[in-house]
Design a protein around this ligand. Structure first.
Ligand code: C5J
Length: 220
């Protein structure tokens, strides 16, 4: 058993039943010149976490955790995109439109690929998700159950949207969840901090939080 000195109290897990879930570290969200930055977002808080996510991936791989990567993406014909999602947002550049790195949020396009530094390795799961949450309309729960996974560590972007939604979905399905606080980021740092606080309030209502260094210490 590994014990992490987490907030709001120690988090325990067995590596054989734990997965690291890295949410949406895709070029269009994180890279300067991608969809996120073209919409006027400052991507620096997101690019800053890339080395930390790389170290977290290395830690998970060294210790035999299952690694799951997600991408927010849609089929090229957008048949998996609800009309409400399609209409929402910036009218000048929307889902399926030609963006700076190919069609926005469309599977297979350059901007939809995971950053090369964080690329999935053989044997790791890659989940394409049409929603904000990693469980909605995907096979993730089935894949995790088939492998006996009970505990999930979360990283990725953005903290308050796809990471938070996925962690809440996981919590409702009975997984024990910890968010790795410095391996997640938001375009809005205040949202990042607020999300961590609301996930772990009331005795860990959705789960636990800890920085990478505390996880590294726990594995020693
Ligand atoms: C993610 C978004 N990945 N903010 N997507 O958080 O739309």
């Amino acid at each position: 058993m590994i014990t992490v000195d987490a907030i709001p109290y120690p988090y325990q897990f067995d590596s054989r039943h734990t997965a690291l879930v890295v949410i949406d570290m895709q070029r269009d969200f994180v890279e300067e010149g991608g969809f996120g930055s073209v919409l006027g977002n400052d991507v620096r808080p997101l690019t800053t976490i890339v080395p930390t996510v790389a170290k977290l991936l290395a830690l998970a791989r060294e210790n035999g955790l299952l690694v799951v990567h997600t991408r927010e993406s849609h089929l090229p014909d957008l048949s998996d995109c609800p009309p409400a999602k399609l209409k929402r947002g910036n009218p000048a550049l929307g889902i399926g439109d030609e963006g700076p790195m190919g069609r926005i949020l469309v599977r297979g396009e350059p901007g939809n690929q995971i950053l090369p530094l964080l690329a999935p390795q053989d044997g790791e799961l890659v989940i394409d998700k049409p929603g904000k949450g990693a469980f909605y309309a995907t096979g993730l729960h089935t894949e995790l159950q088939a492998r006996g996974v009970t505990h999930l560590l979360f990283a990725g972007v953005t903290t308050e949207v796809c990471v938070q939604t996925s962690m809440r979905e996981a919590n409702d399905r009975g997984y024990e969840c910890l968010i790795v606080e410095d391996a997640c980021a938001s375009y809005f740092p205040v949202f990042h901090q607020a999300t961590l606080a609301m996930l772990t309030a009331q005795g860990g209502i959705v789960g636990w939080q800890a920085p990478l260094s505390t996880l590294q210490t726990a594995f020693k």
